[in-house]
Design a protein. Sequence first.
Length: 157
Amino acid sequence: MNLSNLKPAPGSRHKPKRLGCGEGSGHGGSGSTRGMKGQRSRSGEGKNPGFEGGQMPLLRRIPKYGFSNLKFANVYQEVCLEDIISKIPKDVNEIKPELLKEYKLIKSLKEPIKVLLRKKGSELKLDRKLKLYVHKCSKSVRELIEKFGGEYVQLNS
């Protein structure tokens, strides 16, 4: 015996009721085992999850208050300086958004970019003078770039 010849015990499995499939199915006619009339007898009778039988739903009864900043928040695409150094060739000194997109470090050119440091600045050694064209960068990134003779240029959002 193996998995390919396993079968359920005889009589343990039944065909499902196929409702509304004509008189010959045994469940045809006006009722189709759903009763006579009314919402539940119709096809597509499902109601939405918050429906309370016509009573004012709980979600609409509770007062709404507060403020959500999600619509107005500035969402930045974060890029680590370590990734820029490791993935972009050493002969490239000017780092622009198009270049970051080309090397798949960011997903979109429409959203602003922020460059961050993963390690402490003292542990990281830059091998070139970088000119960074991004919307924002952390203070430690700016200090590290300027320490090795590079430059940070802020883009407008």
